[in-house]
Ligand binder design. Structure first.
Ligand code: GDP
Ligand code: MG
Length: 440
């Protein structure tokens, strides 16, 4: 794949903004990567549409190719779609909080039940009761009891001849009487989706009103992932997903498929057969695994950082010589905006402290940055170099061009004068920080 991709990438070296052809060329490879990672076809389609929308017209950084830029955007959208990091189990309810584990047979429900119970007991100091509602598979209840002993978590005593719903009711009642914080209900699964399974799970849900309904799903699930997740979500209403067997060869496409069709967070990941092989979900790691293009992503990130650093240094050097025109100011404003607004970066640069307090006094919010940048963008290069050119008629033109007012332009110019004066003054202080920057 990388070979195919670099072939395409090397052909694209132009700079500027991404065209539809750039994006489509890169997306063809991305589509193949996603399908190879077993992402369901319909999800691949909607995902690439989303990327196309974001990518066409986006700016290409200097030292990378358009194709690489598209991969970075793909990666960003992938991480966004996979959802937030560290979404954990929610206990925000009156104890005992019921947690219902659902999924197909062999997906890892029983193992995950024990893993989660262990984690809740050890890390969250919860008192947990586990119950197996699997009346079908021989020895399923014993399997949970043995795991319970292994992890030091109580299991509901086995009573022969009860239905899943009866066991579930008994479990909740026992948890209430026993002062448990959490009661985990491990349900039976079928090899394929069927009505009997769904009806039973729905009945258990109605009887216990679980606070969490977790779909346990094998990361190796391919195109079926979408159907499984959709069916369980429609019938019982999922609150989250536990993805098992991420220790295997799976590229993790099921994660994207299930997350995309249900919108439910992937809360935990199984990474082995042992009871402590449970991990939090890390979207960026999974994105990397699905896409298999981590190198390109870090290359683009590095390029972006370098460009920022080069630009910041160039501005700093000009400032040190006492030069500070409106283009420099624009660079500063943009940097500030990127770094989290007024509080973020202004204090970091000499001469900016004063501007910071000026801005704060004027009650300038962060949306103001965008407006000021737009105003500077509406000026001619000559005006940016020499703000004295800006008489009333020019100010009007700029205000109209940038959706601001002449008054706002005046404020901008006043602020610029203040900053430029500060630069000049400081550049005269030999041996000061700015002087040193200037000789760099
Ligand atoms: P259930 O039918 O859904 O209850 O599935 P089980 O919990 O009985 O698990 C089926 C098999 O998958 C068992 O052999 C487990 O040890 C194994 N298993 C479960 N989770 C994982 C995992 O995250 N990684 C690996 N490698 N095996 C797992
Ligand atoms: Mg089981």
């Amino acid at each position: 794949l990388s070979d195919r991709l670099s072939g395409i990438l090397s052909g694209l070296t132009r700079r500027g903004s991404l065209t539809e052809e750039d994006v489509n060329a890169a997306l063809r490879e991305v589509r193949r990567a996603l399908l190879e990672a077993d992402v369901a076809l319909e999800v691949v389609r909607s995902f690439t549409d989303k990327v196309r929308e974001r990518a066409v017209g986006a700016e290409v950084l200097k030292s990378i190719t358009p194709g690489q830029q598209v991969i970075k955007i793909v990666n960003d959208v992938l991480i966004e779609t996979l959802g937030g990091e560290g979404e954990s189990i929610n206990f925000d309810a009156v104890p005992p909080v019921p947690v219902l584990m659902v999924g197909l047979q062999g997906s890892g429900k029983t193992t995950s039940t024990a893993k989660i119970a262990k984690r809740l007991t050890e890390r969250h100091k919860k008192k947990v009761l586990m119950a197996s509602l699997d009346t079908r598979r021989p020895a399923a209840m014993e399997q949970l009891a043995i795991l319970g002993q292994q992890v030091g978590v109580q299991t509901l005593p086995i009573v022969a001849g009860q239905s899943a719903v009866q066991i579930a009711r008994r479990a909740v009642e026992a948890a209430r009487l026993g002062g448990y914080d959490v009661v985990m209900l491990d349900t039976a699964g079928r090899v394929t989706l069927d009505d009997t399974l769904m009806a039973e799970v729905a009945e258990v849900k109605a009887a216990t009103n679980p606070h969490e309904v977790l779909l346990v799903a094998d990361a190796l699930t391919g195109q079926d992932a979408v159907n499984t997740a959709r069916a369980f979500d429609a019938r019982v209403g999922l609150t989250g997903i536990v993805l098992t067997r991420m220790d295997g060869d799976s590229r993790g496409g099921a994660a994207l498929s299930m997350r995309a069709v249900t919108g439910k967070p992937i809360k935990l990941v199984g990474i082995g057969e042992k009871v402590d092989e449970l991990d939090e979900f890390h979207p960026s790691r999974v994105a990397n695994r699905i896409l298999g293009m981590g190198d390109i992503v870090s290359l683009v990130e590095k390029a972006a950082q370098t460009i920022d650093a080069t630009q910041a240094q160039a501005t700093a050097q000009r400032m040190a010589k006492g030069q500070f025109d409106l283009s420099d100011m624009r660079a500063q404003l943009q940097q500030m905006e990127k770094m989290g607004g007024i509080g973020g970066v202004m204090g970091m640069l000499p001469g900016m402290k004063q501007a910071q307090s000026q801005l704060a006094n004027a009650g300038v919010g962060d949306t103001m940055f965008k407006r000021m940048i737009a105003a500077i963008d509406s000026m001619t290069p000559a005006e940016r170099k020499n703000p004295d050119l800006l008489k009333n008629s020019r100010k009007k033109r700029i205000a109209a061009g940038s959706g601001t007012s002449a008054e706002q332009i005046n404020k901008l110019l006043k602020m610029h004068r203040g900053m430029a004066d500060a630069m000049k003054m400081m550049s005269k202080q030999k041996g000061g920080m700015l002087g040193k920057l200037g000789s760099m």
